[in-house]
Design a protein. Structure first.
Length: 159
């Protein structure tokens, strides 16, 4: 049985709580929402970190039944597609690696991302959007579209 969550009884606006599962929640003044990640306690520098962040955003962190709702392989496939889309939109982001795109696999979750830190959140948004687009619920389609739109806007933003 997983550890119970123990949210603070009198939270303040913006307060963070990290559950035993590693999922970070933020108090928005009315309730606890799943957060992206707390950069003071979590680093996203490995392929497995991306998988964990995607699971957090799609609320797929419960593995008590022995399997997740979204397979790690499907998340890695979406990650590789995201890198291809990054290259399509901004090939200059891969100048430092001589335009050789990294390809990730399930067997190497501890591999470094080889992507500049500021482009990791948009890549996570892409993966979340693509993973959720596979759901057949209409409300998931709108959420997936928003994540994919945020990816494009973030990658194409200059500044």
């Amino acid at each position: 049985m997983p550890d119970p969550m123990d949210f603070p009884p009198a939270p303040t606006l913006g307060q963070h709580y990290t559950a035993p599962s590693g999922v970070t929640y933020t108090f928005d003044g009315q309730g606890w929402t799943i957060g992206f990640y707390d950069s003071t306690t979590q680093q996203v520098s490995l392929v497995g970190d991306i998988v964990n962040q995607v699971r957090t955003l799609v609320q797929d962190t419960d593995n008590t039944s022995g399997q997740y709702r979204y397979s790690t392989d499907s998340i890695i496939t979406a990650l590789n597609q995201g890198v291809l889309d990054m290259f399509r939109l901004r090939p200059d982001l891969f100048l430092e690696v001589n335009f050789v795109l990294p390809t990730f696999s399930i067997g190497f979750l501890d591999a470094p991302l080889q992507i500049e830190d500021q482009y990791i959140p948009p890549l996570i948004y892409y993966v979340v959007g693509l993973v959720q687009a596979r759901d057949d619920e209409q409300n998931q389609d709108q959420r997936a579209f928003q994540f994919l739109k945020t990816f494009s806007q973030s990658i194409l933003a200059v500044g």
